[in-house]
Design a protein around this ligand. Structure first.
Ligand code: AMP
Ligand code: ZN
Length: 489
């Protein structure tokens, strides 16, 4: 099916066409491993995971997907110098060697990240499994030299900066993010990795070493500048090394548009002379009561926080997938619970279909009804990953076609389609309904026993009254040939 995506470059939904037939090359800004990622960060990774699965399953593409690990930036350096109880418990004491501390600190949090994304069933980026930025420092240095050779970088005070004024004469700066010209501060330099739109100025490509910081040698214009890369240069150099330029899709959270992605475009185009990316795709924020979930606001949950509360990580996955990636999503526990119920409605339907097809699964194309459902649901996914509309199609179908009315060949074809859909969503199980072990509270069991005795002694008024009491506690009594069973109401 033809895939359409919102491209931040044009701010419109565009038909997606890869540079090479049948293959999509995609780069995602990965986590900065200075701490445990929160579920707001996870929304960004769930979005890219959804995108690559839709490209594979609905679009029929092969996907070469790279997601880097930022293991060097302001925050990883700051926190590896301070240390963290978790890391130290895992790795032992900090050493005198700042580079070694940075390495073990970031590897520890990379491990935590891998466990969290596994719990959420996010596929690991498949082409190069999560390359570390520190493994690509020579490529970053090479790009900085190229930018300088073209006249768009200069050294000042032991650091190297990108010359935004010179670049603005050569090309547009502000392709993803509308930058007000009056905010541009010519000749002002900014060293921080993260800054806001009020601080549009020359940004740092290579930062001279400060006391106690990890550092690498860098031969630049005849001298050695001991230091480390700026954050933006990392993704420019890694994407080019691992995917080649130009490539098809670049993803990240909406907050990365400026400065990270804007600077990435400027660096790659200035240094390599190529417009690096055809489609820029950004996910909106996960919010808590109208505010972006973030570490700095302290309004965040990690996957671990939620599983400790007994929440199934698959319900986190479902909640995020049920909203369109381009709209803000407010995180609430009520939303998680409602999502869980919706997910289980489909799961119950799958168990019922399984029973009706006697475990036979067939391609959706073997049945016109199943094929029509597939076209409707996949059509919504192909249309800029409209997951809420895709799910609405599915629920409408389930409401109109209760499992009791589905004959066996349709059941098998529906199972085939739902399995395909599950290659994208990965939230259901395809088995016979597991035997239920019902936890019956003792007072319900006692009432059921009393009702049974009342019925045996033909005291029907009493047995009806007891049935009502049992129902009020959320259970249904069903009479069988030689006794009764209890089910959840
Ligand atoms: P970081 O590890 O800070 O580099 O962030 C990793 C990813 O999470 C980036 O793509 C961010 O844009 C994204 N992100 C951070 N906070 C949120 C949030 N509350 N909702 C959605 N995405 C977020
Ligand atoms: Zn990046």
């Amino acid at each position: 099916m033809q895939i359409h995506l919102t491209n931040t470059l044009s701010r419109t939904v565009e038909p997606f066409k890869p540079l090479h037939d049948g293959v999509v090359r995609m780069y995602s800004c990965g986590p900065t491993v200075y701490n445990t990622a929160h579920i707001g960060n996870m929304r960004a990774f769930l979005f890219t995971d959804l995108l690559q699965r839709v490209l594979r399953v609905v679009g029929g593409f092969k996907v070469q997907w790279v997601m880097n690990i930022t293991d060097i930036d302001d925050k990883t350096i700051r926190d590896s110098a301070i240390g963290s109880p978790l890391w130290q418990a895992d790795m032992g004491a900090q050493t005198e060697d700042a580079r070694e501390n940075l390495r073990t600190f970031t590897e520890f949090y990379a491990k935590v990240f891998v466990a969290d994304i596994a719990a959420l069933k996010i596929h690991q980026a498949s082409f190069h499994a999560m390359p570390r930025a520190t493994h690509y420092i020579p490529q970053m240095q090479e790009l900085i030299r190229l930018i300088a050779e073209k006249g768009f970088a200069y050294e000042r005070g032991g650091s190297v900066y990108f010359n935004v004024a010179a670049w603005r004469n050569a090309d547009k700066y502000g392709k993803l993010f509308k930058i007000d010209a009056e905010n541009f501060q010519e000749g002002v330099r900014i060293d921080a990795d993260e800054y806001d739109r009020e601080s549009v100025s020359d940004f740092v490509l290579w930062k001279g070493k400060k006391d106690g910081e990890p550092a690498w040698d860098f031969e630049f214009e005849g001298k050695n500048i001991l230091g480390r890369p700026g954050w933006h240069i990392e993704c420019s150099a890694m994407a080019r090394e691992l995917l080649g330029l130009p490539f098809d899709i670049h993803t990240g959270g909406i907050d990365l548009c400026f400065p990270h992605h804007e600077d990435e475009i400027a660096q790659s185009k200035a240094g390599y002379g190529v417009e690096p990316v055809n489609y820029w795709c950004h996910n909106e924020f996960l919010e808590v009561e109208g505010d972006k979930m973030s570490k700095s606001k302290g309004n965040f949950y990690t996957v671990g926080d939620l599983t400790a509360k007994g929440i199934d990580p698959i319900d986190i996955r479902w909640l995020m997938l049920s909203a369109h990636y381009g709209s803000r999503l407010n995180f609430t526990f009520a939303g998680l619970e409602a999502g869980r119920k919706a997910r289980f409605r489909v799961q119950e339907y799958i168990y019922d279909l399984w029973e009706r097809s006697a475990g036979t699964v067939a391609a959706a194309s073997t049945n016109t009804t199943a094929e029509a459902l597939r076209t409707a649901v996949f059509g919504e996914l192909a249309n800029d990953l409209q997951t809420p509309k895709a799910m609405a199609e599915l629920f409408t179908f389930i409401n109109r076609n209760p499992a009791s009315s589905v004959e066996s060949s349709l059941a098998a074809a529906l199972l085939g389609f739902l399995q395909e859909l599950n290659d994208i969503l990965e939230v259901w199980q395809f088995t016979a309904r597991p035997a239920q072990t019902l936890a019956v509270p003792p007072e319900v069991a006692a009432l059921a026993e009393a009702r049974w005795q009342a019925k045996r002694t033909k005291n029907f008024a009493e047995s009806d009254r007891l049935r009502g009491e049992i129902a009020a506690l959320g259970f249904v009594v069903k009479d069988t040939k030689d006794g009764y069973t209890l089910e959840v109401a």
